[in-house]
Design a binder for this molecule. Structure first.
Ligand SMILES: NC(=O)c1ccc[n+]([C@@H]2O[C@H](COP(=O)([O-])OP(=O)(O)OC[C@H]3O[C@@H](n4cnc5c(N)ncnc54)[C@H](O)[C@@H]3O)[C@@H](O)[C@H]2O)c1
Ligand SMILES: N[C@@H](CC=O)C(=O)O
Length: 493
């Protein structure tokens, strides 16, 4: 059965790039297959655009920018709201596309469609609030102030683990600000991006405002980074690629926003009920089969409750079901591809060879070659890869600690600084540890922390800038200061 036959609106499955309002094939004959990670079946093909076609997308975005920025902001925001309504109306098809190309269970895919759509509505509202300032003047007879203006063309490069929401969190902010965008989705999950383009067109978003280019990642990124007309690069993906792109943007001095990898500590205080904390840790570790920048990578449990916590964690983990995300009652889908499975296995082997204890995790039960059964390791120490690397796999590692100062030092012992979890009901401990954690986001007694109103982003090697929230739109705006001089006597100046 083909992908399009599973959709109630088969036109949402597009196998072309989308440039200047037109579905565009490659001119050099290069293409790439897109696979269902659960079955290994090819879902379809996408063309790779040639370099001059990427430049044509920049031409289109440049031409569209003049008109898009000149629209009244409420007109721009109306189009975004129409886009939001269409995302909601087609959420089932969007979720099906996502599960097929990414692998996450259908309920999680539905959740991501809701989450992704919520950014479109949020920025359709925030777009109307891009206020400048008036400045009390230090210059005689002058009025001073600031205006917020769109930066221009934004290039948005996104990953495969959240193939829809990572686009809308950027694109809706940029478009509400008056920028035009060129999206380069991950080659593993282009169909969610192309369905977004189809719905943008139906929502009346003009040609050239929302473009999706496809191609060889380093080639496309090099062109977009070197283009002077592209004034913002917003990237979500690995720290390794983020560093490369930051360097490539230096020559054109563009605004760079980076949402990079994480290695979240999950700290459990001695006052916690070990069962409650263990169940929360399982939820924080295994979402999207561990392929989540917020995944609880290092679980740090006070020594007084460590053993009970491990028992409850193992019990809860054993109840997780692994299988094709299209089937009912599945908790963990496949990993994105075979290399991800090999990386997960190497992280487990490395830990065991350095003294970790394998409590659970039997790979002989895996239902297919891209699946990895959840693993629980205890006695995890700092010399292991699992401590330092973002595992991006369903591998949980637990370490015992003795006191608050020690756990703060352990939690901060990473180059990453995206998110941290803290479970304790002691208010003094919460305040002390929360303040000392070197992370952009700290979630206390809650697994869920994200959503459109919050400033999402990391410190250290986890990135630059914040997405969402009231400041997310600023990533796409420039402040213009004005001085209106020689006005005669200006009261209050
Ligand atoms: N901080 C966040 O908000 C956030 C959210 C989601 C994912 N992530 C991170 O994303 C990573 C997983 O995603 P991924 O594997 O797709 O990341 P990735 O860095 O491999 O790829 C991200 C994007 O960059 C492109 N790319 C890959 N290699 C490139 C190169 N050499 N030059 C230019 N472009 C290149 C890819 O095609 C894709 O579009 C994890 O590290 C995860 O933590 C971060
Ligand atoms: N779960 C994150 C994406 C990271 O992979 C989010 O909520 O944005």
């Amino acid at each position: 059965m083909t992908l399009s036959s599973k959709l109630s609106d088969p036109r949402l499955l597009r196998q072309y790039a989308y440039v200047d309002g037109k579905w565009t094939h490659g001119e050099g004959g290069r293409e790439e297959a897109v696979f269902d990670p659960a079955t290994g079946e090819a879902l379809g093909h996408i063309p790779w655009l040639e370099p001059h076609q990427i430049t044509a997308a920049v031409d289109a975005a440049e031409a569209a920018f003049m008109h898009w920025r000149a629209l009244r902001v409420d007109e721009r925001c109306e189009r975004l709201l129409a886009w939001y309504d269409l995302l909601q109306a087609h959420r089932e098809d969007l979720a099906t596309i996502m599960t097929l190309e990414q692998g996450k269970p259908l309920p999680d895919a539905r959740g991501e469609v809701e989450y992704g759509a919520s950014f479109v509505r949020w920025f359709a509202e925030e777009g109307k609030r891009t206020f400048g300032d008036t400045i009390p003047s230090h210059i005689p007879n002058a009025a001073l102030g600031t205006l917020k203006e769109p930066l221009g063309i934004a290039a948005l490069i996104t990953p495969w683990n959240f193939p829809l929401a990572m686009i809308t969190r950027k694109a809706a902010a940029a478009m509400a600000a008056g920028c035009t965008v060129i999206v380069k989705p991950a080659g593993e999950t282009p169909f969610s991006a192309l369905a977004l383009a189809e719905l943008a067109e139906r929502a009346g978003i003009p040609a050239g405002v929302f473009n999706v280019v496809l191609g060889d990642p380093p080639e496309v990124s090099r062109i977009l980074c070197a283009e002077d007309r592209v004034r913002v690069l917003s990237f979500t993906g690995s720290t390794r690629v983020g560093r490369l792109l930051l360097e490539q943007c230096a020559n054109t001095v563009k605004r760079v926003s980076l949402e990079l990898g994480g290695n979240a500590p999950f700290i459990v205080g001695p006052d916690m009920d070990p069962r409650e904390a263990a169940f929360a840790a399982v939820a924080a570790k295994f979402q999207t089969a561990g392929q989540d920048c917020l995944a609880a990578d290092r679980i740090l449990v006070h020594e007084s409750i460590h053993d009970a916590f491990v028992v409850h964690f193992a019990e809860r983990m054993a109840a997780l079901t692994v299988g094709n995300g299209l089937e009912p009652e599945i908790d963990l889908g496949p990993l994105i591809h075979r290399q991800a499975v090999e990386k997960a296995a190497s992280i487990v082997d490395d830990a065991i060879s350095k003294g970790a204890t394998l409590v659970a995790g039997d790979q002989s039960q895996a239902p297919g070659e891209n699946f990895f059964m959840p693993v629980l390791l205890t006695n995890v120490t700092r010399d292991m890869k699992i401590w330092h690397e973002e595992s991006f796999a369903p591998v949980a590692g637990i370490t015992a600690y003795a006191n608050d100062d020690q756990v703060i030092e352990m939690a901060n012992d990473t180059e990453y600084g995206l998110a941290a979890y803290l479970y304790t009901h002691d208010i003094r401990r919460i305040w002390k540890i929360m303040r000392a954690l070197e992370f952009g986001m700290v979630s206390v007694n809650s697994v869920k922390m994200t959503g459109p109103p919050v400033p999402f982003g990391g410190v250290k090697h986890s990135g630059l800038g914040r997405e969402g929230g009231v400041t997310g739109i600023d990533e796409y705006l420039e402040t213009k200061y004005y001085c209106l001089g020689a006005l005669g006597s200006v009261s209050g100046s």
